[in-house]
Design a binder for this molecule. Structure first.
Ligand SMILES: O=C(O)c1ccc([N+](=O)[O-])cc1C(=O)O
Length: 452
């Protein structure tokens, strides 16, 4: 049908996963109705009377952000949480200075090269508190023609019994994440989270905070939190059949991963992703989805999309071995093969048919040690540089044994963002690298790319 859904209808229809892609300007409208939502719709007055909000992010255009709020909410208190990199601090403070109702909080980045990558909203309504965890910067370009991931919580009602935890420990994990900022302006939000009933939340929180996490803190963040959560909660029947089940990582940037797969990627990181209740020595196939130069050139934005895929040539040159893992960006079933991915997702399927999933994670975390952490000092500490946040979907929390991907099955199928099985790079395909020129083929706008 070509009926336009209201924001509330979109959220109702997305149950039980509440996992959306951003709407895309220029595709058939039906593909912007099902499990697709815009920033204006997230902030719509339909959801209730907004009291105040907080926006955690990396890049901000305050004028653009204000325009996405309904006019009647633009005077409500708004807290902006960003990274404290010098130049950034200045531009954000300058952007917010005309608006006394906007406060700015600079997240401490005590470890070099860390970024405040977390993209999250706290929306406090008169009826309760909504959390949104997503992957888009608060600039127009990130919400127009890209593939972004968004999880929208129910509106959690106020309660005077602050034990209202979810079966996934989401409330405690979120408070522990916020506490790591050690920021005065976040104390109000820690208190507010505590005063709301999170029992309806069915996803796990997977976050990263900068630090050298040791002892009891080691499994609280980064890939060790993912490992611990999968180990504790997956609870599969005869799980041995899944020891070689394939794993997918999909992201929009890549860090320096070392001279070969063996030190971090397929040892440390893959060990966390492959974790079942019991560990196994099998090493499942890891497939990585990252756009080719042609994906970028033919995208709706053309080469400009590549500005948001900051994989630099310095790292790319050092790790040619990585290309063997690479698969293209392809999302025909969502009509988003040309909507360049800024979403980051990780998943495990039950087998090479990719008809069912064992779990699914949407997060701000790219494929980097800075985001996920790297074990140091003989595996006694996990060093993480950046703030990251994501939500993990585990079938058991939805009273299912696996998530079905195709619509054929009875249980509600999981709205995956791209086509499965993933399609391998052809020998002629190259990964997009942001700081090299592409001048032999024009993009979808007839332009070339010459960063020099
Ligand atoms: O858009 C962002 O928040 C972002 C910022 C920095 C980097 N980086 O330094 O690689 C990657 C991203 C990304 O999300 O791809």
């Amino acid at each position: 049908s070509n009926k336009r859904l209201t924001p509330i209808e979109k959220i109702q229809q997305s149950e039980p996963y509440r996992f959306f892609l951003s709407t895309v300007y220029g595709i058939l409208d039906t593909y912007n109705q099902i499990n697709a939502i815009s920033l204006k719709e997230i902030l719509s007055p339909e959801h209730g009377q907004l009291v105040r909000s907080a926006q955690f992010n990396y890049m901000f255009d305050i004028e653009f952000l204000r325009e996405q709020y309904p006019p009647e909410f633009r005077l409500k208190p708004l807290l902006i949480v960003h990274g404290d990199s010098r130049h950034d601090n200045h531009t954000i403070k300058a952007q917010c200075s005309p608006y006394p109702q906007i406060e700015v909080c600079a997240a401490r980045l005590d470890i070099p090269y860390g970024t405040h990558h977390t993209k999250m909203m706290f929306l406090l309504y008169e009826t309760g508190l909504r959390i949104v965890i997503h992957t888009a910067n608060l600039i127009q370009q990130d919400w127009k023609q890209k593939s972004q991931g968004i999880w929208i919580s129910p509106i959690c009602p106020k309660t005077n019994d602050n034990t209202n935890e979810s079966k996934t420990n989401f409330k405690k994990d979120l408070i522990e994440y916020i506490e790591r900022y050690r920021a005065k302006q976040l104390q109000f939000w820690q208190k507010t989270i505590n005063e709301h009933d999170f029992s309806s939340i069915n996803v796990h929180l997977i976050s990263s905070t900068p630090g050298r996490h040791t002892g009891g803190d080691m499994n609280k963040f980064g890939h060790l939190k993912l490992r611990q959560t999968l180990k504790t909660y997956l609870g599969l029947e005869n799980e041995a059949q899944y020891n070689s089940a394939p794993i997918i990582g999909q992201f929009s940037s890549i860090g320096s991963l070392g001279p070969n797969a063996n030190n971090w990627l397929s040892k440390e990181f893959l060990t966390s992703l492959k974790q079942l209740h019991s560990s196994s020595l099998d090493s499942p196939e890891l497939k990585l989805i990252y756009p080719t130069v042609d994906n970028v050139r033919t995208s709706l934005e053309g080469y400009m999309a590549g500005g948001s895929l900051p994989y630099n040539v310095q790292n790319a040159m050092k790790q040619g071995w990585l290309v063997n893992y690479f698969h293209k960006w392809k999302a025909d079933h969502r009509q988003r093969s040309r909507a360049s991915p800024h979403i980051k997702t990780y998943l495990r399927a039950t087998n090479d048919e990719y008809k069912e999933l064992l779990w699914f994670l949407v997060t701000s975390a790219n494929l980097s040690k800075a985001a996920w952490g790297v074990l140091e000092k003989n595996n006694t500490q996990l060093m993480i540089r950046s703030y990251e946040i994501g939500v993990l979907f585990i079938p058991k929390q939805f009273s299912q044994t696996t998530f079905s991907v195709s619509d054929s099955s009875s249980s509600p199928s999981f709205p995956i963002p791209y086509d499965l099985p993933p399609v391998k790079y052809q020998s002629s395909d190259k990964p997009w690298v942001v700081d090299v020129a592409y001048k032999n083929q024009p993009d979808s706008h007839g332009n070339m790319w010459d960063p020099s």
